[in-house]
Design a protein around this ligand. Sequence first.
Ligand code: UD1
Ligand code: CA
Length: 472
Amino acid sequence: MLDIVIMAAGKGTRMKSNRPKVLHTLAGRPLLQHVLTMATGLGAESLITVTGHGAAEVEATMRAAFPSAPLAFVRQEPQLGTGHAVQQAVPVLHDGPDATTLILNGDVPLIEAATARALIEACCGRRLALLTIELPDATGYGRVVREGGEPGQSGTTGAAVRAIVEHKDATPAQRAIREVYTGMMAVPTAALKRWLAALNKDNAQGEYYLTDIVAMAVADGVPVVAAQPTSETEVLGVNSPLQLADLERRFQRTQAEALMEAGVRLADPARFDVRGELVCGSDVEIDVNCVFEGSVHVGDGVRIGANCVVRNARIAAGAVLHPFVHIDGESLGVRVGEAALVGPFARLRPGADLGPEVHIGNFVEVKNAQLARGAKANHLAYLGDATVGERVNYGAGSITANYDGANKHRTVIGDDVHVGSNCVLVAPLTVGAGATIGAGSTLGKDAPPGQLTVARARQASISGWQRPQKKR
Ligand code: UD1
Ligand code: CA
């Protein structure tokens, strides 16, 4: 029987933000969502988040992110310390002979499942298991006080834990201890309830310290054990914009390394961001400063130029995104076909569906439009709500006028059509296969297949015409 309590009521004063701290994002997702995502994999009976500052917003955001997880929320108002936070969860903790409660922090986003499992196993419903780490500078942290020996050397690690002493309550000798409590622990639930009930706030900060339960466990003869994370990154918390940015870089580095391990060639892993999921085939090359959001699939041999932003899209094998391409599939998605060429400076919006070998050039915008094999729009054009046939050549400056101010209408362009430069296709409209549309035409009616259609004023020249002269 496992319950997980995530403390997330704190204000996050140092963020200097109106947004609740745990809703600040790392890799595009709220900090608390990272913790809950990891926690949902641990098989807990319930995931209890203690909320306070911005509670309603935090709860609504997490319910939307996890529609089917066993989420529970308890409010802590006012916030009287970490012990007081966990006290709020007591009524919803499950009882049972070996019931265990795992306590996590909503602002420590990169804690890994393996570490959490190790902590739960170390507890095993019978021991108090603390996650601790040695830091070169332990300022501000609770110090892990062990049996015997003067603290200060890491040599004390291994001796029995006696207590955790908060920085502000620590003696100079205790402050020299470098082993600190990370804020995460696994506790036998029955004992936790007993100890929480006995907490007081007789300390330097006048708070209910969760960490006081360590000395209570020792007094009760409950074994106290300590486990360590695999890396420091797992236990780093976010208290300031600088710490948030530092964790973001660490997280992005890890993702970049995993992709490079799988063969993806990143020009620079330090200038690469994935905010979501990026799946790459073989021989993918990605130049600097690209951002991937949502779900992005990239096929074999795809090359992505510098400064591309790609969200919710599938890029098929051999396609090339030249520099400065912006793709946003939103919920409809964007598809780029095999060996298609896109950009530089192209914009693909939701529902853009490019077939194989399609070319989309500079300053071309495509929205909710299917382009069949080999169609080309190479310069300064708009294709919205359109179906475009094979080998169509869509001239510079041409647009589909798809919106009449109230409703959207479709434009259908048959195979092998040639649309000249600077045309306006006023939808709904069909251009038959093989048609040619003269440059500068504004079409309000269908154009028949195989013919030249021109819809513009006829050119006239007036002989003997005199320019006006300035009056004397
Ligand atoms: C706490 C530990 C300290 C440890 C440190 C690790 C205690 C008393 N001290 O320090 O030993 O080294 O974490 O970062 O537990 N929170 C609430 N309600 C509250 C107070 C805090 O929900 O009333 C939440 C905060 O939002 C945060 C977490 O608990 O997510 C930790 O609070 P914080 O104030 O950062 O911890 P410290 O007391 O500084
Ligand atoms: Ca803190």
